[in-house]
Design a protein around this ligand. Structure first.
Ligand code: C2E
Ligand code: SIN
Ligand code: SIN
Ligand code: FE
Length: 403
């Protein structure tokens, strides 16, 4: 089993065994499905010394097999999809659970040249084995092509590829589950956020999307890594979740709130904090800090606690810039939309007052991208909003929201 026949690099038995151990270790620690499949394909290409390894997974919902192109010609990460009921190699392997070994693929009617054509690759010999889980269910197909020494794949190769598929199957299943959970968590967050926002927004989706994009860009511009920035992006739609607790007569009041009404309005931060308090997941913990503190101001004049400076959690200092910018750019029942550039000037003017100066600097850096985002979305109602808003001259304006 440790003999890798025809391996031109002539690895010793020990080295081959090490490769196998390494294979097991590397794949068991990777939870991201895309990354995991990349690693598996790379390792197999190396271990079997083949020209290409492609991993197809079943998409039961669509009755298809899918794969991502791993290498070549700028097509990395392009998705290939194949109908599961088709007559080509991978579909047959996936349906029957049987191995297919073709010494010369182009002479076999079950081989389709489609993928070769787009990737500019010429398949000669081809071996495809089923990827099965512990209970024997087919999850997908491992396919390799072109042994480096030009000989056809033999029984030994079949055995090795099947073994590798077996080793990989539980990691793949776990990564798939993990991805499903992650996707459904994000979906739930997004739907919750829509629930909170739809009453007082004309275009909830655009609002939530813009805020999460701006927060993400701000986080990156502040030097956070992609993972941290994504957490902020994913949590940001929930910052106003506490608005679910507000009565319509306040939230939807077409015009200025009285000081008493504004006091009630402020409680949406407290409610949001309560709703998300004690959350277990990282993303909801970030959302908790955002919802409780997104109306705090750098100079200490915000609410609910009047926190100052860096006592305000960083995530909240980020979301507040995104939130105010977007709130200015769209219309509300109580105000018209501002011009994008006026909203920008307003943000700059609030540096050191409402906003952390560092984040305003970051906002300057990303503004050209942000601006494009808003130019592509014609505000449907810049002129049509009904309310008695003063003309938006941000540098002079005393906010209509300040009592
Ligand atoms: P929102 O509409 O999502 O606005 C979020 C924040 O953006 C506001 O927080 C404020 O900091 C900023 N903002 C929005 N519009 C303007 C504007 O025209 N001028 C200026 N200078 N800033 C603006 P804030 O003030 O704490 O308000 C929180 C929430 O309270 C608002 O969320 C909105 O839902 C509600 N609200 C505030 N004032 C009024 C009002 O006069 N009438 C009504 N119906 N609702 C209001
Ligand atoms: C949508 O569901 O229309 C997209 C929402 C989003 O991108 O946040
Ligand atoms: C802001 O600076 O956050 C807007 C002004 C206000 O809330 O009144
Ligand atoms: Fe808010």
């Amino acid at each position: 089993m440790t003999e890798f026949k025809n391996d031109p690099r002539k690895l010793s038995a020990d080295e081959k065994l090490n490769l196998l151990v390494e294979f097991g270790a590397r794949i068991s620690s990777e939870l991201r499905l895309d990354k995991l499949l990349d690693i598996i394909a790379q390792q197999i290409t190396r271990m079997l010394d083949v020209g290409r390894c492609t991993i197809y997974l079943k998409d039961a919902e669509k009755n298809e097999l899918w794969s991502k192109i791993a290498q070549g010609r700028g097509l990395e990460h392009t998705e290939i999809r194949v109908p599961l009921n088709g007559n080509n190699v991978v579909a047959i392997v996936a349906r029957t659970g049987q191995t297919i070994n073709m010494p010369n693929a182009y002479e076999d009617p079950r081989f389709s040249m489609d993928v070769d054509m787009v990737t500019d690759f010429r398949t000669h010999s081809l071996l495809a084995v089923p990827l099965k889980n512990n209970s024997g269910k087919v999850l997908g197909v491992f396919q390799v092509a072109n042994k480096a020494d030009g000989t056809p794949f033999d029984k030994k190769d079949e055995g090795i590829l099947l073994l590798l598929a077996t080793l990989a199957s539980s990691s793949i299943e776990i990564a798939k589950l993990y991805q499903d959970v992650h996707v459904s968590q994000l979906e739930t967050i997004y739907r919750l956020a829509v629930t909170a926002e739809y009453r007082d927004q004309q275009d909830t989706r655009a609002h939530l999307k813009n805020i999460s994009i701006i927060s993400y860009l701000l986080a990156l511009a502040l030097g956070m890594n992609k993972k941290e920035a994504e957490l902020i992006k994913n949590a940001s739609p929930l910052h106003d979740i506490g608005k679910v607790a507000l009565a319509d007569n306040i939230l939807l009041k077409p015009g200025r709130l009285t000081p008493e009404e504004f006091e009630i309005m402020k409680s949406h931060t407290i409610y949001g904090g309560r709703i998300l308090e004690g959350a277990h997941s990282k993303v909801l913990q970030v959302a908790h800090r955002m919802s409780l503190y997104h109306h705090e101001k750098w100079n200490g004049t915000g609410y609910p606690k009047g926190l100052k400076g860096e006592d305000i959690p960083l995530e909240a200092r980020i979301i507040t810039v995104a939130d105010v910018f977007d709130a200015l750019c769209v219309s509300r029942v109580y105000k018209k939309a501002w011009k994008t550039d006026d909203a920008y000037l307003y943000i700059l003017g609030e540096s050191g007052k409402a906003f952390d100066p560092r984040i305003v600097v970051a906002f300057k850096k990303i503004y050209s991208s942000v601006r494009k985002l808003y130019l592509n979305q014609t505000p449907q109602n810049t002129e049509s909003a009904s309310v008695s808003q003063k003309p938006p001259v941000p540098t002079k304006e005393k906010s209509s929201l300040e009592a």
